[in-house]
Structures are given as C-alpha cells and as structure tokens.
Design a protein around this ligand. Structure first.
Ligand SMILES: Cc1cc2nc3c(=O)[nH]c(=O)nc-3n(C[C@H](O)[C@H](O)[C@H](O)COP(=O)(O)OP(=O)(O)OC[C@H]3O[C@@H](n4cnc5c(N)ncnc54)[C@H](O)[C@@H]3O)c2cc1C
Length: 402
C-alpha cells in the first residue's frame, strides 16, 4: 500500500500510535521500517515537499569503509538493504557498486591507508584492499603517476535519492502531512502532545528525524545532547567523457571527493576544515569560488580534472546543513528518561548511506527490542562511542565557525 497524503490532521480516523517528525531520508526510512514492524506512523514535514534539504543535496555516495566496528556494520547492512531495495519496496534504489577509492600521493599517506585497511579488516570488513601505487593505477588508470597507495572496496558506490524516496513512499503503510511544522513537543505520562502549524496532534510516541532542528525540540523537552550544525557543499559539473563507471575517489591527502554523475561529476572540496554553523539555516551559502577550489583539490590525484577543467560546460552548486554528533555516529532510539520520544538523526555527512540500517534499528527498538549501538543514552553515560575518524565528529574536529 502506498503512503497516504493528508492535508489536515483532522482527516486522521484516530490518534496515531507514532508520529515521525521530519520527511528527509531518515524520517522516510523510519516510517517505512515502522510500518514494516506493524506500527502505522504519521509523518509530518515542515516543508511543502519531502526530502528537500540535505537529503536532496548529497553526493549519494555509499561506503562501508569506516573505522569503528559499529559504523562499518551499519553502513554495510545499509548497502545490503539498498542492493535488495526492489525486494523490500518494489523499486530499485539506483545502487551502483562503482567502488570507492581512497588514494594518496605521499609515502606517509600510503602507510596510513595501509594501516587503516588492516584495522578495517580486523573489524570485519574483509573485502577492502590496500593497493600499492602501481596496482592502484592498474585498477584506475586516471590516477596520477605519483600515486603511492590506495584503499579500495568494490561494493561501495552510489544510490539515487529520488528512487529511494519513491520506493519508501510506494511501500510504506503511513499517513503523511507536508507543510506541517512541529513547533513544540510535550511528553505526557501516556504519550506525546505535538503543537504544529496545522493544530494539535496527540500520539502514543514521536520520532524526531528533524536533523538541524533537533536541538531546539530537545530543549523544549528539557533535554540536551552533544550536537552541532555544520555545512557541506557539493559542486555538480557537466563534462562529457567522464567515465560513468569510474569509482568514487577520495584524496586522502586533501580530503576532496568526486564521483561520476550523468554527463559529468559531483565533487566536494573539503580541504577547508568543517564549517560549523551557529544558527539554523535551510540554505547555507556556498562559497562563490567553489568550482575553482573543487578542481584544485581533485586534480592532484586525478590530473584529468586539471587538463579538462576548461571544457566544463555548466553545473550548479548545492550546500546543505548537517547535524553532527559528539562521536560522529547517529543518535537512534529512545531519549533517556522519556521513552515516548525517540530519535533517528545526527547522521552528519552519511545519512544516505546509514539511514536504512539506522531506521531498521529504530523500528526494532520501537517494537519492543533493546536499544541499539547508537542509543542516545550513550551520552548520558559518557562521551559516547570511540570517535569515528572518517567523518566530522566533535571530539577531534575543531573546524571553523560561521
Ligand atoms: C553537500 C552534501 C553532500 C553529502 N553527501 C553525502 C553522501 O555522499 N552520502 C551520504 O550518505 N550522505 C551525504 N550527505 C549527508 C546526507 O545528505 C544527510 O546525512 C541526510 O540527508 C540527513 O537526512 P535527514 O533526514 O536526517 O535530514 P534532512 O534531509 O535535513 O531532513 C530533515 C527533515 O526534517 C524536517 N523538519 C525539521 N524540523 C521539523 C519540524 N519541527 N517539523 C516538521 N519537519 C521538520 C526538515 O524540513 C527536513 O525535511 C551529504 C550532505 C550534503 C549537504
């Protein structure tokens, strides 16, 4: 049964068992897996359409190459869910295993990649390989002659967010209210009361999949977690001749990323340290000279980009706001001391690749299972999980503030 769109909460036959607040990829995945667990959720989304913020602006990259075992396991399971999305939802997710390569041009960088691959393999990621410079260039001939080493996993790749949203909507037994902003949330002994721009809604439980607006909603419940907003930007370029099956490439020395895209590529020049935002914004401004920075940061490892830059026919720039946690892992599960309020958020720069398994964990807990590895209670008991080095985390990333 496809999702049922409402225009007013008055159309609901009865008070919902569970309300998912936020219709980005995390909220939609939550609603899908909750409905699979037999709970019929109501999804409320502040904007007139679903998945318009970070979820629509990403690189759509999916990789299991992480360092901490819980992140490796969650990403690998999520990629498996995307690979089997057609069986799950009736539509494919657009998953294409083009591979993800982390490359370096220095001896020290290659040694770090080799040591990381050994740690990943010890943590159970058996299908990631370290390649010396020569082997890396045999696999990916566009790499610079000076490449010293690379980490590669063939099953990493890309997905298609439009397909994923369509799949979840087609297969979820849920009601959806767009243009409905949750202003205030109150926990009662027997449930939750939501004050929204379309009136009051009482429900059994609420799931906050509200990303960048989560901190304010937690404050209205008297709760706080180590969360911060950050900006990320992606440049789309049109350039004929970029091989469609080229692996996604991360320059381990400069921190840049690019992947092929229909008729060109997407790239992120993350050589500037993380930009933290002090105020909530849907549309953080991108730097106007971003294309030049992006080319300068991808070309050293893949010289193709420097040689062909003048042929770039067009493109566009998208920036989005992310919610980053203390340890870099998402927060999934019931809020300590407030069992009627659950979270599925804090995905930082990895919500496309982690949210299927994250939402499956959320639904398992909502259906009566024990808390999973990303429970918010980890922050009540200490600083959280060991900080995940392969993403922004507040333990090691000082970043810049805007
Ligand atoms: C440039 C860029 C590149 C990225 N690249 C990748 C990548 O390659 N791979 C990857 O896995 N991830 C990537 N990400 C990260 C990924 O996009 C995010 O982690 C993911 O989209 C987060 O999903 P979300 O649903 O938590 O948040 P969002 O997409 O922000 O959705 C939250 C939703 O909640 C709604 N909402 C908030 N408050 C309320 C309220 N009070 N009432 C009702 N609704 C509310 C919002 O309107 C929004 O629609 C990238 C992000 C950016 C910006």
């Amino acid at each position: 049964m496809p999702a049922h769109f409402l225009s007013d909460p008055g159309e609901l036959a009865r008070a919902p068992e569970i309300v998912v607040v936020g219709g980005g990829v995390a909220g939609l995945a939550s609603a899908f897996f909750l409905s699979q667990a037999g709970l019929r959720p109501l999804v409320i989304e502040r904007l007139p359409a679903l998945a318009m913020l970070a979820s629509r602006r990403s690189g759509e990259g999916v990789r299991a190459q992480w360092e901490t075992p819980s992140m490796i396991a969650a990403a690998r399971a999520s990629i498996g869910l995307y690979a089997g999305f057609a069986e799950l939802t009736g539509r494919p997710s657009g998953y294409r295993p083009i591979g993800y390569l982390y490359g370096s041009r220095t001896a020290a960088g290659a040694a770090r990649l080799k040591a990381r691959v050994a740690r990943q393999q010890a943590a159970g990621l058996g299908d990631v390989a370290f390649l010396d410079g020569e082997a890396a260039r045999r696999l990916v001939p566009t790499l610079a002659p000076g490449t010293t080493g690379a980490a590669f996993r063939a099953g990493d790749g890309v997905v298609d967010i439009a397909e994923i949203v369509a799949g979840y909507l087609q297969a979820m037994e849920a009601d959806i209210l767009t243009g409905t902003d949750l202003l205030h949330l109150r926990a009662r002994p027997d449930g939750v009361s939501l004050t929204t721009t379309k009136g009051a809604i009482d429900a059994g439980r609420a799931v906050l999949a509200t990303a960048t607006r989560t901190t304010g909603l937690l404050a209205s419940l008297g709760a706080a977690l180590p969360l911060r907003l950050a900006r990320s930007t992606i440049q789309y370029v049109e350039l004929p001749g970029v091989p469609a099956e080229h692996p996604a490439v991360v320059d381990a020395d400069l921190g840049s990323f690019w992947r092929p895209d229909r008729g060109g590529a997407r790239m992120t020049a993350s050589f500037r340290s993380t930009l933290f935002l002090d105020r909530f914004t849907d549309d953080p401004q991108a730097d106007p000279d971003y294309l030049a920075h992006a080319i300068a940061s991808v070309a050293p490892l893949v010289p193709f980009w420097g040689e062909r830059a003048s042929g770039i026919a067009g493109g566009h720039l998208r920036s989005g706001s992310l919610l980053v946690t203390g340890d870099g892992a998402p927060v999934i599960g019931a809020l300590p001391g407030q069992p009627a309020v659950l979270l599925n958020t804090g995905y930082g720069g990895h919500g496309i690749m982690m949210s299927p398994e994250g939402a499956r964990m959320l639904a398992a807990e909502a259906a009566g299972g024990p808390p999973g590895p990303f429970s918010p209670s980890r922050f009540a008991e200490g600083p959280g999980l060991p900080p995940e080095p392969m993403t922004v985390n507040l333990a090691t990333d000082q970043g810049q503030t805007q």
